[in-house]
Each structure stands twice: as structure tokens, then as C-alpha cells.
Design a protein around this ligand. Structure first.
Ligand SMILES: Cc1cc2nc3c(=O)[nH]c(=O)nc-3n(C[C@H](O)[C@H](O)[C@H](O)COP(=O)(O)O)c2cc1C
Length: 177
């Protein structure tokens, strides 16, 4: 199968997730084109059997370049199986209100772009104080302290469950189109 994986990543975790998924698909014998969505604006999804898009949540929104891509390519995306990986810290927890908010973020994205992802997977991201500026560090310390009281707030922490992500991708690719 020929797959396109396009991602938007602000601090790097979604890029790492996209790379992990690409490596797994290549190992399974698929042909994969992996690129940042900002470099995919000229790519026609119609040249691929399936597409995986990945973006991360920052203050309740995905990166604008992912919205632009989805809006421009809505018709081609709707015509083939697409898995949308929504990366956030809310997905690391079990707070019902947080999960409702994640559903709302996907809905706002679908309303704004005219593209409703066929399958959405909520994927836990990372807390990376080593890469934040002062503003981000302040915001994120408060969020992580509330969600994960045992976390050392000075140390980077990856919440992504790689085994679960791999299993999800395997299941999605083995499903009939
Ligand atoms: C400034 C900032 C705002 C964020 N806002 C949210 C948010 O509203 N909801 C959430 O669940 N996670 C939020 N996060 C967590 C990110 O989604 C998480 O760190 C993710 O791994 C970032 O992915 P990236 O490294 O690919 O950019 C925020 C992170 C930062 C730095």
C-alpha cells in the first residue's frame, strides 16, 4: 500500500510520532511518504491509497498549516481512508471533561475545514520544559502539575504509549478500505 503521512509539530513530539508510524509501516512492507504538512501543500492525496495526518493541540487548536491542508484537500481526503492522529496532553489522562474538550477541538477543526476525519485517534504527547520559552513553561507547569501531581516539573516527560500507537496503526492498515 502507498501511504502519505503529513504532520504538524510545534515542539517535536508529533514529528517523532509520525516518524514512528512511518517506520512501522515501512517495516510492514508499505511505501510511505513522510513530510511536514507545510511541505505537502502541493501534494495530491489522490496519488496515495491511504493518508495519515497528525497534528498537536496548542491552546485548544491544531496548527494552522494542518487546517489549511485539510481545507484545501477536503475532497481528496474524503475519497480515501484517512487516520487523523490528534496529539495532546489531555489524551494522557482520564478526565472526562478533558476528553469532551478533545472531541470539541476535532469538531471545530472539521467545521472549519469542511473535512471530517474518517477515524480519529487521540494520542498522548509530551511535556518538554527543556524546549519551552518562559511563557510556555509557565502555562505547561500549571497544566502538568494539575494532571500529574507526581511529575518532576523540571524534567521532560513523554506520555506517548508507543505500543498502543503501533497496535492502532497495524489495526487501521489491516482494515478493509
Ligand atoms: C503552549 C502550549 C499549549 C498547549 N495547549 C494544550 C491544550 O490546550 N490541550 C492539551 O491537551 N495539550 C496542550 N498542550 C500540550 C501539547 O499538545 C503536547 O505537549 C504535544 O506533545 C505537543 O506536540 P508537538 O511537540 O508535536 O508540538 C500545549 C502545549 C504547549 C507548549
Amino acid at each position: 500500500m502507498k501511504l502519505l503521512i503529513a504532520y504538524a509539530s510545534t515542539e517535536g513530539q508529533t514529528r517523532k510520532i509520525a516518524r514512528f508510524v512511518a517506520d512501522r509501516l515501512v517495516d510492514a512492507g508499505h511505501s510511505v511518504e513522510l513530510l511536514p504538512v507545510s511541505a505537502a501543500q502541493d501534494i495530491d492525496p489522490a496519488h496515495f491509497d491511504r493518508v495519515i495526518l497528525a497534528a498537536s493541540v496548542h491552546v485548544g487548536h491544531y496548527q494552522s498549516e494542518m487546517s489549511e491542508f485539510a481545507a484545501t484537500q477536503a475532497r481528496a481526503l474524503l475519497a480515501r481512508p484517512v487516520l487523523f492522529l490528534s496529539v495532546s496532553l489531555a489524551a494522557a489522562g482520564h478526565d472526562a471533561e478533558d476528553w469532551r474538550a478533545l472531541d470539541g477541538i476535532v469538531k471545530d477543526f472539521a467545521d472549519a475545514t469542511g473535512w471530517q476525519p474518517g477515524q480519529v485517534a487521540q494520542v498522548a504527547g509530551a511535556y518538554k520544559p527543556s524546549e519551552y520559552d518562559i511563557f510556555r513553561r509557565f502555562v505547561m507547569r500549571r497544566i502538568v502539575a494539575a494532571k500529574d501531581p507526581d511529575a518532576d516539573l523540571d524534567v521532560d516527560h513523554e506520555y506517548t504509549d508507543w505500543d498502543a500507537l503501533g497496535a492502532l496503526v497495524d489495526e487501521w492498515t489491516s482494515k478493509a478500505a
